[in-house]
Design a protein. Structure first.
Lengths: 172, 296
């Protein structure tokens, strides 16, 4: 096993680990969590940030499986959110070539647009699919908080997990 | 070369595209299956949660403890105020205690006169909250009691004081409680003293609205809300809360249970409702037990 494979595998394990921690912390029965502001969907932010930096790092199978388990534990309709997140990742992976040299602002704008698109699609799909509808306000807030958390996720990913755009494989 | 290795399962290669199609189709199929046959998939969901969540109690318990500790440190700052507040409340409580004792004696005398036998079947199973649904979209919690403790779907759940919700989804070690505020929660209630019947429909807020009232004029803020037992799901007369009126004039329930801080919950064993299996048992007479039939 060469270094690159090892690097990729450890990053995938870290993705699963971080997502597990995020889900467990969010479902902690803390006082006052019944009517509070929605948390940012950090799993989406991480998946999008990593895909924009290294499109081959997170295969759709991994993203789909992780978000599906999160769907199941967090009592969302299982599969729908996972499907939308996977599609968002696919879009960003195809955009990766255009975005590999741009400033962070444009990168952020693309991620934000995809996050908004995923949330809007989820909101609109509630009606034809007869899902238990939720108000638009918490979803808008969740999209907003996710977009705001994106730069933090990118910074932490670069520092802690060594995931950035200009990383040369020869350097490690 | 090293770079090529990463490409193998990416989006660009033929295998990558095939995997992508498989993943998308699987997620779509799973969602449609849930949409079509929800109870079955919800059972699968409960089984998965049952496998996962109790195993992380060692991790979540200290985390919860730490955050609660932080909360109580904040409250140390105003400990004097709290002390005064508690003293005042204690005084009030003493008055109530005296009244309660008088009522208790009166009640005991009256019961004795009427020779009433209270229903002994409403017993409790107490459980600890393991997890909630992680956000304001659904209002459910997970309890650490399940099938092996005899929990059944539909039983009422209370904290020490009032109704919290009902069991919906039971696995071996855990069960899911749908809180009164969840959009999937609808319960039948009576409002004292006017005795009107109504429904409480959850709308993802802490104060669920009262709907289907015949004469809203007879309701005053502060009226007490109890379960009516209509529909046979809940026992009758569990305290739900008090009526409050919002600024728009809408009637809502201020729940007696402390819904923001759920820790220990009581599941009310409800075995009084006869199970209706054949049309002949509609009147509530139990069909003969199998042994009786075999023995005769």
């Amino acid at each position: 096993m060469d270094r690159e494979t090892l690097w990729v595998i450890t990053r995938r394990c870290m993705f699963v680990l971080v997502c597990a921690i995020v889900v467990l912390v969010q479902t902690l029965p803390l006082p006052g969590s019944a009517e509070s502001w929605p948390d940012p969907d950090l799993i989406v932010a991480i998946a999008f940030a990593w895909t924009l930096r290294r499109p081959n790092l997170l295969p759709p199978l991994l993203v789909g499986a992780v978000v599906l388990v999160a769907d199941l534990i967090m009592m969302r309709p299982p599969g729908l959110w996972a499907l939308l997140v996977v599609l968002g990742c696919v879009y960003l992976a195809y955009r990766h070539k255009d975005l590999s040299q741009v400033m962070f602002g444009i990168d952020w704008a693309y991620a934000a647009g995809t996050i908004v698109a995923v949330h809007v699609a989820y909101y609109l799909l509630q009606f034809p699919l007869f899902l238990p509808t939720m108000g638009a306000v918490p979803l808008v807030l969740q999209a907003l908080f996710t977009i705001l958390s994106y730069p933090v996720v990118v910074f932490v990913s670069a520092r802690l997990f060594d995931i950035s755009k200009d990383r040369k494989i020869e350097d490690i | 070369m090293a770079k090529q290795h990463g490409e193998e399962d990416g989006y660009a290669s033929a295998l990558g595209r095939f995997m992508l199609a498989v993943v998308i189709l699987f997620l779509l199929a799973f969602f449609l299956l849930w949409r079509i046959d929800s109870p079955r998939v919800e059972r699968v969901r409960m089984e998965i949660i049952d496998r996962v969540i109790p195993n992380f109690e060692w991790a979540t318990a200290p985390l919860t403890a730490v955050t609660e500790l932080a909360g109580s440190f904040q409250s140390y700052a105003r400990i004097y105020e709290q002390n005064q507040e508690l003293r005042r409340e204690l005084l009030k409580m003493k008055i109530w205690e005296e009244r309660a004792r008088q009522f208790e004696q009166e009640n005991a005398r009256l019961l004795d006169l009427n020779n009433v036998r209270l229903d002994p079947q409403n017993t409790f199973v107490t459980g600890v909250v393991l997890a909630d649904s992680g956000g304001p979209f659904r209002q459910t919690v997970l309890l650490n009691v399940g099938d092996r403790d005899g929990i059944q779907d539909g039983w009422a759940v209370m904290d020490g004081l009032g109704l919290v919700g009902r069991i919906s989804g039971v696995a071996d070690r855990t069960s899911r409680v749908i809180l009164l505020g969840d959009t999937a929660s609808q319960i039948a209630v009576t409002i004292a003293p006017s005795g009107q019947r109504a429904m409480i429909l959850g709308d993802n807020s802490v104060l669920p609205p009262i709907e289907f009232l015949e004469k809203p004029d007879l309701i005053r803020a502060g009226d007490r809300v109890f379960t009516s037992g209509d529909g046979g799901v809940f026992p009758q007369g569990l305290l739900v809360g008090q009526v409050v009126q919002s600024s728009t004039g809408r009637l809502r329930v201020n729940l007696a249970a402390d819904i923001q801080r759920l820790e220990f919950l009581r599941v009310v064993r409800n075995t009084t409702v006869p199970s209706i299996e054949t049309p002949g048992t509609l009147l509530g007479t139990r069909p003969l037990a199998r042994e009786d039939v075999d023995g005769s």
